[in-house]
Design a protein around this ligand. Structure first.
Ligand code: 0RA
Length: 653
């Protein structure tokens, strides 16, 4: 009798979670790798909330051989008492009710929620099984959930195997959740250690003092032990900035740090200047990266411009007749991390990574103004370094502006030589057009005659473009290859970059499959990353993949793009085939280049993406910067960097 009532109550719950299985994309974005890891982040977010509220200080993540994952925290434990309205335990509410976080009506939970903010019930809904153990008040409780198939073949999502049960006694406290992602939903249920480690390290930087431990029981490291890492940063954001600047030359010994709150939000920030010329500002809201920025960044930047200009005037670095410096002058060479915690966040923008809450602007401006003023007042010698560096940057900016004006006047001569290099396409539909940036004049020639001129434009590069990392804007602009790219794209760069002016949907880098080609590619990616980041974040940059081999026998011809494919083709052809190894794009004639590399029907392109901004930043400084030892070490540790498919940057399309 008791049992029937219990099950009857669940009809409603089942419908809730079944909706998740019907449309997983609505709750976790994709059912690819990203969505798979999302299941874990929902669980980890809850544990992090418990810790940032001061009730836990250790979180352990374990990847098991069968693909299941365990997240353990030492917090208060999910409530086990019966929820007055829903008449089920708190544990069951959390794992079976969508958006259960708010149901506790607990202000401590105001900050919770990941990118989609849907809660642990979504993880349960998309798992084959999930098990929770809660240690609380001297007792141990357990409940299991599963997703069985009913008589009609319909999957019941995340139903309790039985109600929450007391299973023993313990002095410990905390929550342990294990789950196995459902193979009926996800093609691959094995999570990626590197992806998890990167995100956990970021969470550890953002939430100081919490000890995170990751163990991968599926894999063995170089020492023969299972992969294992511990992340705990007592310096929080300060440590984060130090990590980002590891391979740069800082202008002052340690990063500045400030934390302040008002009735709208809590803002924490840290920053440190280096002798670089670019700005590196990372921001987060409730631990979620805000790649597109938003109101918090705007408020912080406006505070910095105002406070630094005032300081510069008061201390006579700026004379009465001098103009105020611009925000970008003060941000040259800065590495900064902002972290905001606030309720009711609204995310906007192309990728929903831009903070839209207007009130966050004034709130961040006010907190940052107070912090920055104190930092300048308390550290006059560092203040002097910053102000002098910013004045120098303003001078360069002014000189570059003048140079640009001169260039404009000479436009006819300047542009005809550059346009002479660019073979533009005849079609005007920016959504269809493609620009190939091709290494070398001879390959450029083949590409020009092989292309479909309706939608494919070709820009051959004669020499190597300038490596723009650690170069001032005036040096960057004086490089002919860079200028021809800027002219061809015509979008402007830096703060003036405007994606609406982009005339091409795809910008495809075509370079040889050798060291030089890899270098040119890295230089171009660095240039886009530094001066036209949106080109990459909006998915417009691609790498063309020319074949490595041509295999022919009589009139049969096949191309192989790697050694594995070569083996297959050779096996197919049998004896008496002819093999040509392409040393460069230039060895292909126009038809071959079209067929293998340019024809949308037959080619393979790799789209360049940025999975993780802080890691991409470190990679670019390390590989392209001027600290040779750091570069050597990086290349030794990541010996396959030049291999296609680096997870940080590329995805095949
Ligand atoms: C709501 C209230 C309380 C704890 C939690 C949620 C909680 C949830 C999770 C999820 C993973 N780990 C967690 N730890 C705690 C407080 C209950 C009380 O005061 O007894």
């Amino acid at each position: 009798m008791k049992n029937t009532t219990y099950e009857a109550k669940h009809i409603q719950v089942l419908e809730g979670l079944d909706a998740v299985r019907m449309r997983p994309g609505m709750y976790i974005g994709t059912t690819g790798t990203k969505g798979l890891h999302h299941l874990l982040w929902e669980i980890v977010d809850n544990a992090v909330d418990e810790a940032t509220n001061g009730f836990a200080d250790a979180i352990e993540i374990t990847l098991h051989k069968d693909g299941s994952v365990t997240v353990k925290d030492n917090g208060r434990g999910i409530p086990v008492d019966i929820h007055p309205q829903l008449k089920i335990s708190g544990v069951e509410v959390v794992f079976t009710q969508l958006h259960a976080g708010g149901k506790f009506n607990n202000d401590n939970y105001a900050y919770s929620g990941g990118l989609h903010g849907v809660g642990a019930s979504v993880t349960n809904a998309l798992s084959e099984w999930l098990k929770v153990t809660v240690c609380k008040g001297g007792k141990v409780y357990e409940q299991a959930f599963h997703s069985p198939t009913d008589k009609k073949g319909k999957v019941l999502s995340g139903v309790p195997v039985a109600p929450l049960k007391e299973i023993g006694k313990s002095k410990a406290h905390g929550t342990t959740v294990s789950f196995l992602a459902d193979a009926r939903v996800f093609k691959n249920v094995q999570m990626d250690y590197e992806t998890i480690a990167r995100r956990i390290r970021e969470l550890a930087f953002l939430n100081k003092g919490i000890k995170f431990e990751i163990t991968d029981e599926r894999a063995f490291g170089d020492d023969g032990d299972v992969l294992h890492a511990v992340y705990k940063f007592d310096g929080g954001l300060k440590d984060f900035v130090g990590y980002l600047n590891e391979n740069k030359a800082p202008l002052h010994a340690t990063a500045f740090y400030w934390k302040g709150s008002n009735d709208v939000l809590t803002l924490e920030f840290a920053f440190q200047y280096t002798n670089n010329y670019t700005e590196n500002l990372l921001s987060y809201v409730n631990n979620i990266p805000t790649a597109e920025g938003g109101m918090h960044e705007t408020g912080f930047k406006s505070a910095m411009t105002k406070v630094f200009n005032n300081y510069a005037r008061q201390h006579k670095y700026l004379k009465e007749k001098d103009d105020n410096l611009l925000g970008e002058d003060f941000r040259e060479g800065i590495t900064a991390v902002l972290s905001v915690k606030m309720a009711n966040v609204q995310f906007e923008g192309q990728t929903k990574t831009k903070l839209g809450n207007i009130e966050a602007k004034t709130a961040c401006d006010a907190i940052a103004s107070e912090g920055l003023q104190q930092l300048l007042d308390q550290h006059p010698s560092i203040a002097e370094t910053i102000i002098k560096k910013s004045i120098a940057s303003a001078k360069v900016r002014e000189a570059a502006r003048k140079a640009k004006e001169v260039t404009r006047q000479k436009n006819s001569i300047f542009n005809t030589t550059l346009i002479g290099k660019l073979a533009s396409c005849t079609g005007k539909d920016a959504k269809k057009n493609e620009l190939f940036i091709v290494e070398g004049d001879s390959a450029g020639g083949s590409a020009k005659s092989g292309r479909n001129r309706r939608f494919q434009a070709i820009l051959p590069l004669r020499g190597k473009p300038l490596n723009v990392e650690r170069k001032r804007i005036d040096q960057v602009l004086s490089n002919e290859e860079i200028r021809s790219i800027l002219t061809a794209l015509d979008t402007g760069w830096g703060d003036e970059f405007n994606i609406d002016d982009l005339k091409y949907d795809k910008i495809i880098i075509l370079s040889d499959a050798d060291q030089d080609g890899a270098h040119i590619r890295a230089i171009l990616l660095t240039f886009f990353f530094r001066y036209m980041k949106e080109l990459i974040t909006e998915g417009h940059v691609y790498i063309g993949m020319p074949p490595l081999y041509k295999v022919s026998k009589k009139d049969k011809v096949k191309y192989a793009y790697d050694d594995k494919e070569l083996k297959e083709v050779v096996a197919e052809f049998g004896r008496g085939y002819e093999l040509q190894r392409y040393k460069g794009l230039g060895e292909m004639n126009a038809d071959q280049l079209w067929e293998t590399t340019m024809n949308p029907e037959t080619r393979t392109l790799m789209r360049v993406t940025i999975e993780d901004f802080s890691e991409a930043e470190r990679m670019v400084t390390t590989l392209m910067g001027d600290q040779i030892d750091a570069r050597k070490q990086y290349i030794t540790e990541h010996a396959d960097f030049n291999k296609e498919g680096d997870t940080l940057f590329d995805e095949l399309v």
